[in-house]
Design a protein around this ligand. Structure first.
Ligand code: NGO
Length: 527
């Protein structure tokens, strides 16, 4: 019965999507029932704050250079080189990067006094003489470059249409999370994901590094965590872990793309891999067996033992030392085997330790039921059926000044199946079709519970990997839903599904060109 209702729902939903796409509007060709290609400025994803197409554009050709002067700022030069790299493959052009501001070409201008909004804002101006990207920071120039990529054809040289874009993000925090604990993913695989995300202006990568099934990061003072605790994963595969150099290299790679890494060591639950590696982390002094199933909530650090806090201090200290970003995530979810009073006492000390290492705490929103430390950020992963009391605790924390990252499980969990046909994934929060992932407003999402819009730091799309073990499955679950995350995080809204879905469709050839395995979801009007 339940299945039948779902199927019926999907069919009705499909019908609605088709009629939407076929309805006549400014860009549609009347008569053939299919939407016409969107004009380049109307294709951008995420949508810019303002864009005006006007006059002839700049033809990028064999003679085009990328200018990063004047002043020879090294970081701007690096942004220019990266942009050149990104444009060379699709265009087939040499695109040398040169110093000096004069002359035509693609010009990167760092201007501390530029009239753009915030540290990530930028302006893009195109006319027959060239394309000028202006920003106050190199990050802004990087984002401008990603916009420029979308204004050029998927393959071959082309013309950047004339006009001007002034752009800045709605939210400071636009994240994606990857769980490399349930299944091991290599740093090289994660770099690929970083590239895929950064082009859509996602600026944070949260890495879920440890869980019951595996410990994936080398810690010098506790070597068995990775060496033994890393040797398992869901389903009994070999697992694996990252050396410190691999982690540092990934962090630097992400940083060059203006993506901050937020590492997570989940505690006091989700710690079986640690408890299997070291007997002393268990209250009974006995090491646990390694675990390869997908149950949650059965493990807990020993809250009453002083050794537990030495452990956290050393682990978080080493992690803080290799992480330039401001946040350390300490989990705090599903501590079902830790009594509530112990949980609160434990989280007090864990938060103090994070502070002593110079970082700001991020934790899953269950921390709201304990005592979040001043400045701690809560990551909300509730859903439509989350109870009022739980939401009220989150709202109280928000009103007390704790910023929120929104990751509603029935909107942004990329491990939820799209629909009945999705092979990988879970469905405990329901199906999450592409439209559902996009069609909501983070600013007002928890307003009824009392969360002010100003408390929302941003959005994040987690990808848990109990059922996901390959690059192809990772991409299939992320794309195209993660574009919704990018759009909600960057663009002003309000959400307009029929317009947005056409921009998603316009990304199809770009995703193809990048060899991204994405779901050709039936609710998107792919051409
Ligand atoms: C929950 C749980 C994770 C699971 C995930 C699966 C959070 C924050 N804790 O989300 O351990 O992997 O669901 O969807």
């Amino acid at each position: 019965m339940r299945v039948l209702r779902r199927t019926l729902g999907t069919l009705l939903f499909l019908g609605a999507a088709v009629s939407c796409a076929a309805s006549p509007d400014a860009d549609a060709r009347p008569g053939d029932g299919r939407p016409a290609a969107l004009a380049p400025y109307a294709q951008l994803l995420p949508a810019p704050a303002s864009a005006r197409a006007e006059g002839p554009g700049y033809a990028v050709g064999a003679g085009t250079v990328i200018r990063t002067g004047p002043g020879g700022d090294e970081e701007v030069r690096r942004v220019g080189e990266l942009l050149a790299d990104q444009l060379r493959a699709p265009s087939g052009l040499p695109l040398p990067v040169v110093d000096g501001a004069g002359g035509d070409g693609i010009r990167l201008r760092l201007d501390a006094g530029a009239e753009v909004t915030g540290v990530e804002g930028y302006r893009l101006e195109a006319d027959p003489g060239g394309v000028t990207l202006t920003a106050r920071t190199p990050a802004g120039l990087f984002h401008a470059g990603q916009t420029l990529r979308q204004l050029l054809p998927v393959a071959g040289p082309g013309t950047v249409p004339g006009g001007e874009i002034t752009d800045a993000p709605r939210f400071a925090y636009r994240g994606a999370m990857l769980d490399i604990a349930r299944h091991h993913f290599t740093a090289e695989q994660v770099k690929r994901y970083v590239d895929q995300l950064a082009q859509y202006k996602v600026n944070t990568l949260h890495l879920h590094l440890t869980d019951d099934q595996g410990w994936r990061i080398a810690i010098d003072s506790w070597p068995r965590l990775a060496e033994y605790g890393g040797g398992s994963e869901v389903g009994g595969g070999p697992g694996g872990y990252w050396t410190k150099d691999e982690y540092r290299d990934l962090v630097a790679y992400a940083g060059e793309r203006y993506v901050d890494v937020v590492p997570e060591i989940d505690m006091p639950g989700h710690v079986n891999a640690a408890q299997a590696s070291y007997a002393e982390l268990n209250c009974d002094g006995k090491a646990r067996e390694r675990y390869t199933g997908i149950k949650v909530g059965f493990s807990s650090l020993c809250v009453g033992k002083e050794r537990t806090y030495e452990f956290i201090d050393e682990v978080l200290g080493e992690l803080a030392d290799m992480t330039p970003g401001r946040y350390l995530h300490i989990g705090g979810d599903e501590a079902h085997s830790t009594p509530a009073a112990d949980y609160a006492a434990f989280m007090d000390r864990a938060q103090q330790i994070v502070g002593r290492h110079g970082k700001t705490v991020v934790a899953w929103h269950q921390l709201a039921t304990a005592r979040p430390a001043p400045g701690a950020v809560l990551q909300y992963w509730g859903h439509d059926r989350t109870g009022a009391a739980e939401k009220a605790a989150v709202a109280a924390a928000a009103k007390a000044g704790h910023p929120l990252i929104l990751s509603p499980a029935d909107r942004l969990y990329l491990d939820m199946k799209y629909d009945l046909t999705t092979k990988p994934g879970l469905a405990w929060a329901g199906f999450v079709p592409v439209r559902r992932a996009y069609d909501w407003n983070p600013g007002t999402y928890l307003a009824a519970a009392g969360v002010p819009q100003s408390a929302v730091l941003g959005v994040e799309a987690p990808l848990w990997t109990e059922t996901i073990a390959t690059r192809a499955d990772l991409e299939f679950m992320a794309f195209p839903r993660v574009l919704g995350l990018a759009e909600l995080g960057w663009s002003q809204g309000p959400a307009d599904w029929s317009e947005y879905s056409r921009r998603v469709a316009a990304q199809g050839p770009r995703l193809d060109a990048q060899d991204i395995t994405y779901y050709r979801a039936p609710d998107v009007p792919w051409s």
